[in-house]
Every structure is written in C-alpha cells, then in structure tokens.
Design a binder for this molecule. Structure first.
Ligand SMILES: Cc1cc2nc3c(=O)[nH]c(=O)nc-3n(C[C@H](O)[C@H](O)[C@H](O)COP(=O)(O)OP(=O)(O)OC[C@H]3O[C@@H](n4cnc5c(N)ncnc54)[C@H](O)[C@@H]3O)c2cc1C
Length: 564
C-alpha cells in the first residue's frame, strides 16, 4: 500500500489457510486419521473458493435469463447461465460437498463425519458464493429424502445422478412448496395431484422455485380427495426429462428479479399435468418435506457463519493496512473493540452451527439423544444466524468504510445475499413456533440442557469463573422456557421468540468453553466467551459495550481471526 493511496487491496489466496482457527477446530473434533484425509480437501477448496471470487462476481452481475421460445415460436422454457456459473458448479459439486456423503467408499472410512466433511467444504465455498450453495443444498436434500425413504429404480438412479462429482452426469435438485396463498402456511397449498392407473400427474402454480430448471424436484401437491391442511399433501418426485418431454408440462412463467443470490434462478412455474412419482402420500408427504427443510435450514446456518467469516476476514485484512490518524485501524481502540465483537460472534456461532452438524452425523448413526438435539438446535441455529449474518456483514462494511459500499468490493454482495437467510426455509417466527412444538411434543429441551451441562462441565477446569457464570445463565434459560410453556398460546409464542437468542448464547458459551480444552483453541475461545458474556444480544451494536476488562481479549481475537 502506498502512503498516498492507503487503500489496501484485499484478495486472500486461500480461505482455509487464512483461517487457522477453523483448521484447529476441525483438527480438534475430527479424529487424526480422518482429518489427515479431510484436511487436504479443505485446503483445496479454500484455494478454489478464494480464486473463484471473480467468477462469483460475474455470475452475480450476469444472472440467469429465461428463454421462453425457440426460433419457430415454440415454448422451450430454457434457462441460460453465464459460464462463470457453470465453473462455480464444477467447483462445488466437483469437490464432493454433496457426493461424499453418498459415496460408500468414503462413508465406510469416514461415516461418522459424513455431514461434517460436506458442510466443512461448504463453509469455504459459501464464503465466496452463496447463490450456488442454495442448489447444492437442495441437491443434497432431494438425495437424502430419496436415499432414506424411496425404493425402486427411479429413486436409485436419481440419487446416483444427484450425488455425482461428474458435471456431465450431474442432476440438480430443488423443492417446490410455496404457492401464492402463502409460504409459511404450507397447509394452504392447492396444487393438485391426479392419479391415472399407477401414474401421477401434477397441475397448478408454484410461486417461489429456486433452481427453477432443476432436473429432480420434490413437490408438495394435494392428494385426490385429500383432507385439508398439511395432512392432505403428498410428496412427489418431478423429473424434468423422465418421461421424455415432461419439461413441456412445466411452464416457467418468469425468473424473479431478486435483491440477492442473483446467480441462481428463482422462478414461478405452472405445472400442466406434469408426470411425477409418488414418494409419500397423505399424512406423510409434509412430514418428509420437513426432513428436507431441516437439512436446508442447516445449510442456511452454515452459509450464515460463512458470510460472517468472509465479512470478518475482509474487514480485518483491510484494517491491518489501512491508516487513519497516522495509525493502522487495527491499533485504534474503538476499531479493535468493534472487530473483536464481530470475531467473537462469528466464532461462537461457528462452533454452535458445527455442533448441530456433528449431532446430525450422530443422529444418522442412530443415536436417539442426538436426534432430539438436532430437532431443537436446527431451527434455533437457523433462527439466529441468518439475522446475525446480515448484522455482521453490515458492521464489517462500516468497519471498512466507504470503499466497502462500492460494488468492486465483495461486501455489497455479501450483504445482499445475507438478507435472504432469515426469510427462506422458514422465517424466524416460524422457527420459534417450531422450537416450541419440539419442546411441547418431544421434550427436546431436555437434550439441549443436558448437552449444555456436559459442555460446561467439560470446560470447567479451563475457566472456572466463566463456567460458573454460564451455568447461572443456563438455569435462567431453563426458567424462561418453563415460563413460556406455562403461558397461553399467544403469550407463550412471544416469549419463545425472545428466548431463542439467550438460548443460542448459552449454547455458544458452553461450547466455546468445552472446545477451549484444545490448546490450539484455548486463548481465542476463552476470549470469545468473555466478550459474548458481556454482549447480551448477538445483534446489538458491536463495540458498544463499556467493559475495560475485555481489552485483553481484543489482541487475542483479532490475531486468531487474521493471520496475515
Ligand atoms: C429468494 C427466495 C427463494 C425462495 N426459494 C424457494 C423455493 O425454492 N421453494 C419454495 O418452496 N419456497 C421458496 N421461497 C419461499 C420462502 O420459503 C417463503 O418466502 C417463506 O417461507 C415465507 O413465506 P411467505 O413469503 O409466503 O410469507 P408469509 O408466510 O406470508 O409470512 C409473512 C410474515 O408473516 C409471518 N408469519 C406467518 N405465519 C405466522 C405465524 N403463525 N405466527 C407469526 N408470524 C407468522 C412470517 O414470519 C413472515 O414474517 C423462496 C423465497 C425467496 C425470497
């Protein structure tokens, strides 16, 4: 940086190398023999994703366009993509974000970390490109539902095509639920299923269809003569080209002009007697869809911590070189304290989101307690981190200043892309209601509190004072939940929404303590824990907390988060 220009050009070479803390975390939670194989994959993805920055920018600036008719005026409804988009697909699917989990060879060796491997790769990819990460998510979701719940040759072939790293064989997935009458209220859906012998046909309009030209789509439709509400919905597998020409019965009305995630087409479609395969009928269709939704919610949470990480990285790299008032930004107390809060929030959410991922691995292996944990932690994670990502991208933009507001900086795209995270896959209100349902019906809070207690115990010797405070907070949290559950339905809903954030906070604090047992994580995790204890709400202004005792945490956190 020359003195007159004083504008650092931030272009990380490798997002994995730039983040020694994440490396130390994976090394702590993954057994050494497994990490020896996973680490080079993450390193490669870190490099690929860092280099793909310009591709992401191009794909965003040249969003997909719909070509509705051919030269003769016949409908073709084809989506045209920028080449940059195709290269991003090769990077993500090619690295095995989806494929590894379905690869018998990989799973025979690393089965206990199947989700961790996929989501860790996705964590680096999504730091560069959140748009394409959405179809990746849905491709995984469709494959998961079919692999676990469908039989027959079509399902088998579809899973194999969805879970390939070969771009020429790859099929992508999507999920079409939302209709004009409403997205949260899925039970209001009216798209119809019609049966003819053993064949099924779907008709009606779907209003939000991301990855609109996907090859394999799970669609909710009302069963013939079916009951009202979600019970009457069946789940169908809609293949664009099976039977041949089926795409003609899927009319893409338009592609929506969106605020963010512009690299992927979110469209509106009309199904005109499109042939589909029944996956689950009345009473079961919606239940299976919630399983797909929950996986998507976890993807959403991973994308959120990825955006936060990229925002923090950009700001720290800028502040390490930018000077103001004859000092580096890094050395200005108020700038440091702002950034230390951002780092602490990112690190806290990172360990908590990956705790959900690790629990999903255990749940898939059949652990009952882990199933309950996943059930409550997934909506909790999605409900908090989406909003945090917007907050973090916005604060980091401000911490960089005016240059971050300009489109040549990655920050505007990060902020725009982040805005969808609290909306799709269930808004925060809907997730609050989901947490409440899981507590009422399945007593999932017992598993959550047992996990928090165990984590506090695990970290007690590292920082007994912190452990005691977190324990107190956890007890308050339990009382808060009891109070919400005792209220009438309306009041209880209000209280449960307010409960989400303190619950996430206590989870973060306990997990930071537990993982601080690892020497490589100890100082930054204890420092993050101290800061988060002083910040009651995760989206309160960064650096606005007057707490002189926190000053020593700043150096630790900033250096842990930026090695440059
Ligand atoms: C970019 C993008 C891509 C999308 N892609 C897809 C896709 O691929 N497939 C798909 O099926 N859908 C998709 N969606 C739709 C998305 O899932 C819905 O927008 C979302 O579920 C919210 O539904 P809605 O927009 O109909 O809002 P509504 O359901 O009308 O909700 C409006 C507001 O009311 C609140 N609300 C609703 N019910 C309650 C309640 N009981 N208590 C308290 N508050 C309530 C909500 O929290 C929300 O704030 C996409 C949306 C976007 C923006």
């Amino acid at each position: 940086v020359t003195a007159e220009k004083n504008i650092p050009l931030v272009r990380p070479d490798n997002l994995f190398v730039a983040d020694p803390l994440a490396d130390a975390y994976w090394g702590h939670v993954v057994a050494p023999e497994h990490y020896a194989e996973l680490r080079p994959r993450l390193h490669r993805m870190g490099e690929g994703a860092a280099r793909a920055w310009q591709l992401a920018e191009l794909a965003d600036r040249n969003p997909p366009v719909l070509e509705t008719h051919d030269d003769r005026g016949d409908r073709i409804d084809r989506v045209l993509y920028d080449q940059a988009h195709d290269r991003l697909e090769e990077l993500s699917y090619g690295a095995g974000i989806v494929a590894l989990k379905y690869d018998p060879d990989f799973m025979s060796r690393h089965g206990e970390h199947g989700h961790l491997a996929g989501f860790a790769l996705g964590y680096y990819f999504a730091q560069t490109e959140m748009g394409v990460y959405c179809p990746v998510c849905m491709t995984d979701g469709v494959a998961r539902i079919l692999a676990r719940h469908a039989d027959g040759a079509i399902a088998k072939e579809t899973v194999e095509r969805l879970a390939t790293t070969d771009p020429d064989r790859l099929w992508q997935g999507a999920m079409f639920l939302t209709e004009r009458q409403g997205g949260s209220d899925v039970g209001a859906n009216i798209v119809e299923a019609r049966q003819e012998g053993d064949r099924w046909f779907l008709s009606g309009h779907k209003w939000f269809c991301s990855n609109v030209d996907a090859d394999a789509v799970l669609v909710l439709a009302r069963m013939p003569g079916g009951t009202d509400g979600t019970r009457g919905l069946g789940m169908f597998l809609l293949l664009r080209e099976r039977p041949e020409g089926n795409a003609k019965h899927i009319v893409i009305e338009r592609i929506k002009d969106k605020l963010g995630t512009r690299s992927i087409p979110t469209g509106e479609i009309t199904l005109e007697d499109a042939e589909a395969h029944l996956v689950a009928g009345e009473g079961e269709g919606f239940r299976l869809m919630t399983e797909m939704l929950n996986l998507s919610r976890l993807y959403n949470a991973v994308a959120s911590v990825a955006i936060m990480r990229r925002a923090v990285l950009e700001a720290l790299a800028h502040g390490a070189e930018r000077e103001a008032f004859k000092e580096r930004l890094w050395d200005l107390p108020l700038w440091r304290t702002t950034m230390a809060d951002l780092v602490a929030e990112q690190v806290g959410s990172f360990v908590s989101v990956f705790e959900v991922v690790r629990s999903l691995d255990r749940a898939d292996a059949g652990e009952e307690e882990a199933k309950k944990l996943v059930r409550i932690m997934t909506p909790l994670a999605k409900g908090i981190t989406g909003t945090q990502a917007i907050w973090c991208a916005s604060e980091a933009m401000e911490a960089i200043g005016g240059n971050a507001y300009i489109e040549s900086s990655p920050m505007p795209r990060l902020l725009r892309d982040a805005q969808v995270l609290p909306i799709w896959e269930g808004t925060t209100n809907i997730l609050a209601l989901d947490v409440m349902r899981s507590v009422r019906k399945e007593r999932t809070h017992e598993a959550l509190f047992a996990r928090i207690d165990a984590a506090i115990e695990g970290g007690r010797t590292i920082a007994p004072d912190l452990a005691a405070t977190v324990e107190r907070r956890s007890k308050e949290l339990a009382r808060g939940l009891e109070s919400a559950m005792a209220k009438d339905i309306g009041e209880g809903q209000r209280e449960i929404k307010a409960w989400l954030e303190p619950a996430w906070r206590v989870l973060e604090l306990s997990l930071l303590l537990e993982n601080a047992k690892s020497p490589g994580l100890r100082h930054p995790f204890v420092a993050a824990c101290r800061r988060l204890l002083a910040r009651p709400l995760s989206t309160g202004r960064a650096g606005a907390c007057v707490a002189p005792h926190l000053t020593p945490t700043e150096d630790t956190l900033l250096h842990a988060a930026y090695a440059g």
